[in-house]
Write a protein that binds this ligand. Structure first.
Ligand code: SP5
Ligand code: ZN
Length: 334
């Protein structure tokens, strides 16, 4: 399988994140890339397709802010990574704000997603990898893998969160739409609900979003991913959320994924984007499911059996020592 990755993706490396009331080491590290690269073998550097396909999903003011934030942070006399602390949960609207902290909170929904001097460059390269994999599939590959990092599925059109800055799955799906694919489906099997992806396509009937994830009653991102969220307006019925309890093992996960695949089949997509997270693995340090390494090949075979041209984008997975094996197992299932 063709695999796309750019070395610039390793440059984003925040020092720490706010975790359960204290600062902890940042879990979404460049070492994740090394582990996957070592397991999957040679990769291709994506071509640079520019900002247009990113701006087809994300707001221009948000993109300008991602580029600007490190300078504003420095000018405010700060050192280290830019982290927000105040959020406009009600009456969120476009405002001319004059302080970096105000802008940070206006473009984030949590305090766990720092912006560094290299964040834009890294996230941009991650998006280019997703676009290159999409192009490979549009050109006839049955499946292609974008080794994305930073990940994307928590990022919305104008906000970051959950280690994500640019929504690589949404950028891939939108690129396929713009290339003429009439209906695109996204299957999100990261441990966490992809609230950003859901938000981007919530009112659209042309992109189906299905997610299998830890019940947000107990797990991040808490406020989205509940079973009663099914879309709105023209998108009513094209969002599917399948929350599962802690301790979930292969058979229950596989059954939920089969339910998602049935709904996607009824939607009849021309292309599938898989948001793949290996944080469902039994030893993941921040998650509570219990999938094993061979389980990923089984889940992947179930997806591949549907025959849809498939773009796989990397999302989470934080057990660095097992990450390469888990990704390799998943790709082997195709
Ligand atoms: C893409 C993705 O999987 N994002 C997950 C974001 C989860 N954030 C909430 C959990 C934070 C756990 N922090 C652990 C730090 C330990 N050093
Ligand atoms: Zn995750």
């Amino acid at each position: 399988m063709r695999i796309f990755y750019d070395d610039a993706q390793r440059t984003h490396a925040p020092a720490r994140e706010l975790h359960n009331g204290a600062f902890a080491a940042y879990a979404e590290t460049p070492a994740r890339l090394d582990a996957i690269l070592k397991a999957v073998g040679p990769t291709e550097t994506p071509a640079d397709r520019g900002e247009a396909p990113i701006l087809a999903v994300h707001d221009a003011a948000y993109i300008a802010f991602l580029k600007d934030a490190p300078r504003l942070w420095q000018e405010a006399g700060r050192s280290g990574d830019a982290i927000p602390y105040a959020f406009p949960i009600r009456g969120r609207r476009p405002l001319r704000l004059d302080r970096v902290d105000a802008l940070l909170g206006a473009h984030a929904f949590d305090a766990t997603t720092p912006i560094t001097a290299d964040t834009w460059r890294s996230a941009y390269a991650s998006a280019q990898s997703a676009l290159a994999a999409t192009q490979a599939v549009l050109d006839g590959e049955r499946a292609a893998f974008a080794l994305c990092r930073p990940p994307g599925h928590h990022a919305g059109a104008d906000y970051c969160g959950g280690y994500c800055h640019l929504n690589v799955a949404a950028i891939a799906a939108q690129a396929a739409r713009d290339a003429g694919v009439e209906r695109v489906a996204i299957l999100d099997i990261d441990y966490h609900h992809g609230n950003g992806t859901q938000d981007i396509f919530y009112a659209r009937g042309d992109v189906f979003y299905a997610s299998v994830h830890a019940d947000p009653k107990r797990d991040y991102p808490f406020y989205w991913g509940h079973a009663d969220e099914t879309g709105e307006g023209p998108g009513l019925g094209t969002t599917l959320n399948l929350p599962l309890p802690h301790g979930t093992t292969r058979d229950a996960f596989r059954a939920a994924q089969a339910q998602a695949l049935e709904r996607i089949a009824a939607f009849d997509p021309g292309l599938l984007v898989v948001s793949f997270g290996a944080d469902t693995w039994e030893g993941d340090p921040i998650s509570q499911f219990a999938l094993t390494t061979p389980d990923y090949a089984v889940l992947a075979s179930d997806i591949a059996a549907r025959g849809w041209p498939t773009v796989i984008v990397m999302e989470g997975g934080y057990a660095v020592n097992a990450l390469g094996h888990n990704v390799l197992s998943f790709l082997a299932g195709f």
